[in-house]
Design a protein around this ligand. Structure first.
Ligand code: T3D
Length: 265
């Protein structure tokens, strides 16, 4: 079922909510309406039982070049919006949704991901990139600081020295290099990227997605907790997972030597 938005496309395919950033002429850079549409779709994906995994990807040769700079400082001299309003209203809510939706979220990085575009991708549970894709912490090139959760996630993904260099130099990191340093999960050749990406997200949507969502909650908390507290979190959340239909189906299928048929419940 396809729904109408102006700057993105959204459809549900085999339990995967697919969000395509759709401003290809400007490498899918975000204007405010596009950010609002993205938030709206993520909320829909969160609330729709039929959606068990989420894919965010881009149309054309880019994933997203971050903030639409023509909107940030209009070339015609009309008043610029307050930068902190843009970050608070556009990007922070997107990152919060990606991290708190208890369903796996995959970034399918089809091309360049720069600025907020890079950091939105890196906030996802899986980043799968085409071999020709790249990641750029472009903020320093225009006198800004990294936002969209970049200062939180990037040092955790690649360590402080590499994160600092990426953020202070703004150099392009190729997808193969990003894979090598553990910044992303997988890279596929350009010609098989779309097929492999769809195979991956469809596979994900058939797993015990309720438990995957609870796993995400535990992982989110692990950044702040000490071991003792995190062990308690695991005890509590395992109780929740153990009450799921998927757990009973998983064990039953194992004992009956067949493949489980999970429903994400
Ligand atoms: O208000 C605030 O700013 C706060 C929010 C901050 C969040 C942020 O994301 S700040 C960072 C913003 N993004 C950037 O600084 C990246 C700007 N873009 C680039 O550096 C380059 O476009 C890329 C390295 C990403 C790709 O380079 P390339 O050579 O492959 O493509 P291109 O020719 O530069 O871009 C193609 C078209 O997209 C071009 O338009 P044209 O000439 O064909 O009419 C270009 O102007 C347009 N475009 C690319 N990025 C943006 C953009 N237009 C508006 N905003 C962009 N971010």
């Amino acid at each position: 079922m396809a729904m109408n938005y102006e700057y993105i496309k959204y459809k549900i395919d085999q339990n995967v909510g697919i969000l395509i950033l759709y401003r290809p002429d400007v490498l899918n850079s975000f204007n405010r309406p596009m950010a609002k549409e993205t938030q709206d779709v993520l909320e829909k994906c969160r609330d729709d039982e039929n959606v068990r995994a989420i894919l965010i990807t881009g149309e054309g040769r880019g994933f997203s070049a971050g903030q639409d700079l023509a909107e940030a400082i209009p070339p015609d001299g009309s008043p610029a919006p307050e930068i902190s309003d843009i970050v608070r209203e556009s990007y922070s809510p997107i990152v919060k949704l990606i991290r708190t939706i208890e369903k796996p979220v995959v970034a399918g990085v089809n091309g360049v991901a720069a600025g907020a575009g890079a950091n939105i991708a890196l906030a996802c549970d899986f980043v799968i990139a085409s071999e020709n894709a790249s990641f750029i912490q472009a903020f320093c090139k225009i006198g800004l600081i990294p936002d969209s959760g970049g200062t939180f996630y990037l040092p955790r993904l690649v360590g402080l020295p590499r994160a600092t260099a990426m953020m202070m130099l703004g150099e392009k990191v190729s997808a193969p290099d990003a894979l090598q340093i553990g910044m992303i999960y997988k890279v596929y050749p350009e010609d098989s990227f779309q097929d492999e990406l769809m195979k991956f997200v469809r596979h994900l949507a058939k797993q015990a997605t309720k438990a995957l969502g609870i796993t995400k909650r535990a992982l989110n908390q692990s950044f702040e907790n000490d071991l003792e507290t995190q062990l308690k979190v695991e005890e509590q959340l395992q109780k929740e997972a153990g009450q799921s239909q998927d757990y009973h189906e998983g064990v039953k299928a194992f004992l009956e030597k067949r493949k489980p048929n999970f429903h994400g419940k």
